[in-house]
Design a protein around this ligand. Sequence first.
Ligand SMILES: Cc1cc2nc3c(=O)[nH]c(=O)nc-3n(C[C@H](O)[C@H](O)[C@H](O)COP(=O)(O)OP(=O)(O)OC[C@H]3O[C@@H](n4cnc5c(N)ncnc54)[C@H](O)[C@@H]3O)c2cc1C
Length: 222
Amino acid sequence: MRPASVTAVETLSPHFRLVDLEGEALRDVAWGIGQKVQVAMGTGLTARTYTPTSWDADRGRTRILTFSHGDGPGSRWASGLHVGDTCQFFGPRRSLDLSGIETPVVLFGDETSFGLGAALRDSPPGGGTTYVFEVSDVAESRPVLEAIRLGEAMVIERTADDMHLAGAEAELARLAAGGAHFILTGKASSIQHMSRALKTAGVGSARAKAKAYWAPGKTGLD
Ligand SMILES: Cc1cc2nc3c(=O)[nH]c(=O)nc-3n(C[C@H](O)[C@H](O)[C@H](O)COP(=O)(O)OP(=O)(O)OC[C@H]3O[C@@H](n4cnc5c(N)ncnc54)[C@H](O)[C@@H]3O)c2cc1C
């Protein structure tokens, strides 16, 4: 467990916050894009998982972008954070291994993937990445994406029947034809949908990496 202090909190919208965590235990840490941290919620064993957008190992500082979707412990933790608060977390730990990923890259995900998108944007393989996000509220998400310099992302609003995925599927199939490599993150069922679509489009497993960040009815996926 690494203890850390909250040194900055920027509320980007009602549900999104950029949070800086800093501490001695964050110095000299080897971090890679796509890795995760698991933040302890209170004193028990409960933890919630987030994706660092950056890690300054000299200064001992990392940043996460939290999306508070509702009323779970993670959502409440992120919504209630103040500068000066302390927390403990495991990690960084391996999650998506993006070392050696070939370009051009396409990231498909949702609100929980914006942090990964921000990390990717600043990385060598990330230049020229295409971002496709399904979101619950386009009007809220657009300015958040602008703020983290992902304003060019394609943003698709969810529909109750998941019909919106057809639009994302068509876009991914088009990009697949151009030889893209895919990173699929976010909601488990959407990842499954996109994986099937990519397979149909002839994209083999070597060209697609996937990691579910949440699933309806499940808690605290890591
Ligand atoms: C490797 C990894 C990296 C992640 N990185 C990030 C990140 O950088 N930023 C971030 O905000 N999240 C990230 N997540 C997702 C985050 O950990 C989950 O959304 C988590 O469930 C939130 O905790 P909670 O306590 O608010 O909800 P929980 O108590 O875990 O979930 C309660 C219920 O809420 C629903 N739910 C969970 N997540 C969502 C959601 N996003 N949208 C709608 N409904 C939801 C489900 O039905 C679930 O059963 C990541 C997850 C993983 C596994």
